[in-house]
Design a protein around this ligand. Sequence first.
Ligand code: SAM
Length: 210
Amino acid sequence: MNLTPDEYVNQLFQEDELLLKVKEAIRSNGMPEVSVAAAYGRLLTFLAKTSKAEAALEIGVLGGYSGICIARGLRENGTLTSLELKGEYAAMARGHLEEGGFGEKVEYRIGPAADSLEQLEQEGRTFDFFFIDADKENYPVYLDYAIKLARPGAVIVGDNCFLRGRTLNPDKQGPAVLAVRRFNEQMASDPRLVTTMLPDYDGLVLAWVK
Ligand SMILES: C[S@@+](CC[C@H](N)C(=O)[O-])C[C@H]1O[C@@H](n2cnc3c(N)ncnc32)[C@H](O)[C@@H]1O
């Protein structure tokens, strides 16, 4: 019987022990099992590596899966700033990132990400890599901040741009769907960005800031 493309890819590139441990910790603690898809996690590492990212920002941390993937691609002196609403999730992620040897590289800011982004702007912080993966209603807000805080040549990645098909269904008009459609449209048309969208899994949108 044929493997699905997803099965084939996951067989070729198996998740290592640490990433499997993150998923198991999420499961056993009853947290939502919504870490980035394994292939997109590898893509985060790939993009951080090839863009030579040195100051990454992640919005939405959960158990640390995407944080590990990004940290693995950072330059030698690179740092990751991770924004998360829930202190207990950030604490779990911190443990996993420490286990991966990235403890010194990561700063966590707990609370609503929009507040942390405002704070980062006030502090004059800038970044060259963004991963947007938190509450969907605020995606347009997160994109505005990402563009404001971006260094020229920065990469912006947004996950779940299909919302399990809801974005594609014109009958769906809830606040998260409307916000993600706005986010996707801005990503696609903003003249400051060069953008593409990957249709696998739950959709991933990638932009390069001019
Ligand atoms: C999809 S999960 C993140 C998964 C993570 N990026 C990964 O792939 O490993 C979304 C996360 O966003 C967090 N979150 C939800 N609303 C938020 C907000 N307003 N500000 C910051 N984080 C938020 C949730 O607590 C959850 O941990």
